[in-house]
Design a binder for this molecule. Structure first.
Ligand SMILES: [Zn+2]
Ligand SMILES: [Zn+2]
Length: 319
């Protein structure tokens, strides 16, 4: 609409409206049997859906740089690369904005061709069987690893990109990328632009960061996995507790309970020393015991919450 108003051409708006109304919605789950567009000349693993093509491409008159994708596997759900949930959305849109606002549109297809088929950076996960860009040292234990995607985004074209080497083949050992965070990218920029770069100090920082990682991230992930498990158990206990409470309420009338002070002739209430003696049937006791267990689970998780917060803080300081 903004574009239509700026150009005093409302047919753009109506054309776009027509396509939006008649095309599948661009969702984070992908689109099955949709119409797709890709870069002119073709590009593997780069697809824009009909709605995004209309909104992002047609409306700004950039159609000459794109072509319809003719071969799409029938029945397969494809994810649109201009969907905000797609993994490279922010980078693609920033490059696209740069391309359409300068006379040099090539920056966009050049970038897309370089990265579209590269594996997405797994940040704090160790991954095996990938190619890496490595900063090799005399001590191989101090090798710095940069994933292929982060190399394209942060290192290619910088003054000291040449000090990293592309592994000729995927490494079987699992490695973690050390160049996805703002902190590391800023440190790289400083190193790359320095007159007398202190590569030793850069590597030493990476070593320190890796040591902090080992002390914080794995225990944090374990605690979070435990918390998830606890939540599932707590939900199960709560629903079982509700089941027994209902059973107690339904069967209590037939137990002919006499309420009032617990006297020898009035001693019909069930319970135990931990939950008290308050129920007309054993079902009620079971419900109370399970409810208490659910509460204890919540309480036992509170210490972990504090621990995770401390670990996260320590990791974020160096990440
Ligand atoms: Zn889309
Ligand atoms: Zn990376």
């Amino acid at each position: 609409m903004e574009i239509a108003r700026d150009k005093y051409n409302f047919s753009i708006f109506w054309d776009a409206f027509n396509v939006f109304a008649n095309s599948p919605v661009c969702t984070s789950k992908g689109i099955t049997n949709g119409s797709w567009y890709t870069l002119k000349g073709g590009c593997e693993n780069f697809d824009i859906c009909a709605s995004c093509y209309t909104g992002w491409v047609k409306s700004v008159k950039m159609t000459q740089h794109f072509v319809p994708r003719t071969v799409v596997a029938p029945g397969a759900a494809l994810m649109c690369d201009f969907n905000p949930e797609s993994s490279r959305f922010v980078k693609y849109i920033n490059k696209y904005a740069e391309a359409i606002s300068t006379p040099n549109f090539a920056v966009f297809p050049d970038y897309v061709h370089r990265v579209a088929t590269l594996p997405i950076c797994q940040t704090t996960e160790f991954v095996a069987n990938r190619r890496w860009w490595i900063l090799q040292n005399l001590d191989p234990r101090k090798t710095v690893h940069v994933c292929e995607s982060c190399y394209e985004d942060a290192i290619r074209g910088t003054a000291r990109a040449h000090i990293l080497m592309h592994t000729p083949a995927p490494l079987t050992e699992a490695c973690m990328c050390e160049m996805y965070s703002e902190n590391m990218r800023a440190r790289w920029t400083t190193l790359a632009e320095a007159k007398n770069p202190d590569i030793e100090a850069f590597v030493a920082y990476c070593q320190h960061r890796n040591a902090v990682y080992m002390q914080t991230v794995p225990p944090m992930k374990a605690a979070i996995a435990q918390a998830r498990l606890r939540l599932q158990q707590q939900q199960m206990l709560n629903s079982a507790s509700t089941f027994y409470n209902t059973a107690n309420a339904l069967t209590a009338p037939s137990m002919q309970v006499h309420y009032g002070a617990s006297t020898p002739e009035n001693n019909y209430l069930y319970g135990n020393s931990s939950v008290g003696y308050n129920w007309e049937t054993p079902y009620g006791v079971e419900g109370a015991v399970l409810g208490q267990q659910a509460l204890e689970l919540v309480a036992s998780g509170m210490a972990d919450v504090a621990m995770v917060a401390d670990l996260e803080k320590a990791w974020k300081e160096v990440e």
